[in-house]
Design a protein around this ligand. Structure first.
Ligand code: CP
Length: 311
């Protein structure tokens, strides 16, 4: 039997390829539950999951809640605007108070890199990082790998192009860690102002034009420009950005004939991605979202005390 020797999921960087495969395999098994008339198993009955989201989220927060409920755990949601953090309470005081209510797992999204690790060091519950600043978003990388594996049958040997605002992207960082550990070749593309110096030390090749990154790629992951994370504009305007770095039908022809188009969401249609491609047959963007529930079930299950042999 495979083991999962971690109390928390704070990032992909510290996981092994075996850990990743354990979660992906388990996610595939949990995915089947969504097609049942009653989408629920009793596996985490009696466990409590707190979703503490101190940054906006549609997909991640909802899918962690659905994942917890499908496993019969009690899910409690707290958002930034409704928590006492708006009254000046520190993050550590907030989580110490939540921990005093004996949750089993705290899922946290926060604007500061390292916030999830800091919380994990101070509370008894297991902690899942649901995105910490521009650092990591591990469950997004896992659901991306799950989607790639499902559509391509493998990850090792594939070429994956990640295009857009690499500098501010926790998704890019977690994807690079996950995909390289699982044997893919990763290319990055973006304007120089959105391509951090030294990023190639993570094992990816960086391009300041999108075309060479797309050449023959099996998978294309487009990223949103995260304007909320920078003040001074880092490119002239969105029209010019779209012209030079947006994915359209003409540029998609540079990739492999069966290349799939991915996006973690939210999409800024017409900026990084042509709406016709976002809704077209090569896009697997909504499949990513569906798989996110199953992957988060796998993560909650493993951290909530389950073994990798669940059903
Ligand atoms: N991909 C992602 O993290 O989306 P949300 O911000 O909506 O959770």
């Amino acid at each position: 039997m495979t083991s999962f020797p971690h109390k928390h999921l704070l990032g992909i960087e510290t996981l092994t390829a075996e850990d990743l495969t354990t979660i992906l395999d388990l996610g595939e098994r949990f995915g089947e539950i969504a097609s049942r008339p009653i989408k629920k198993v009793p596996t985490l009955r009696g466990k409590t999951v707190i979703n503490l989201f101190l940054e906006p989220s549609t997909r991640t927060r909802t899918s962690f809640e659905i994942a917890a409920k499908r496993l019969s755990a009690d899910a409690v949601n707290i958002s930034g605007s409704t928590s006492s953090t708006v009254k000046g309470e520190t993050l550590l005081d907030t989580v110490a108070n939540l921990d005093a209510m004996q949750p089993d797992i705290v899922v946290i999204r926060h604007g500061q890199a390292g916030a999830a690790a800091m919380v994990a060091a101070h509370i008894k519950a297991s902690v899942v990082n649901a995105g910490d600043g521009a650092h990591e978003h591990p469950t997004q990388a896992l659901l991306d790998c799950s989607t790639i594996r499902a559509h391509k049958g493998k990850i090792a040997g594939l070429t994956v192009a990640i295009c857009g605002d690499i500098t501010h992207s926790r998704v890019a960082r977690s994807d690079i860690h996950a995909l390289t550990k699982l044997g893919a070749t990763v290319r990055l593309a973006g304007p120089r102002t959105l391509l951090p110096l030294g990023i190639e030390a993570m094992g990816a090749t960086a391009f300041d034009r999108i075309e060479p990154a797309l050449e023959g790629a099996d998978v294309i992951i487009m990223l949103r420009i995260q304007k909320e994370r920078f003040g001074t504009p880092l490119f002239p305007n969105t029209r010019e950005y779209s012209r030079y770095f947006g994915l359209n039908a003409r540029r998609l022809e540079l990739a492999a004939k069966d290349a799939i188009v991915m996006h973690p969401g939210p999409i800024n249609r017409g900026v990084e991605l042509d709406p016709a491609l976002a809704d077209g047959p090569r896009a697997v963007i909504l499949d990513q979202v569906s798989r996110g529930v199953a992957i988060r079930m796998a993560v909650l299950y493993l951290l909530g005390g389950g073994t990798p042999e669940p059903l």
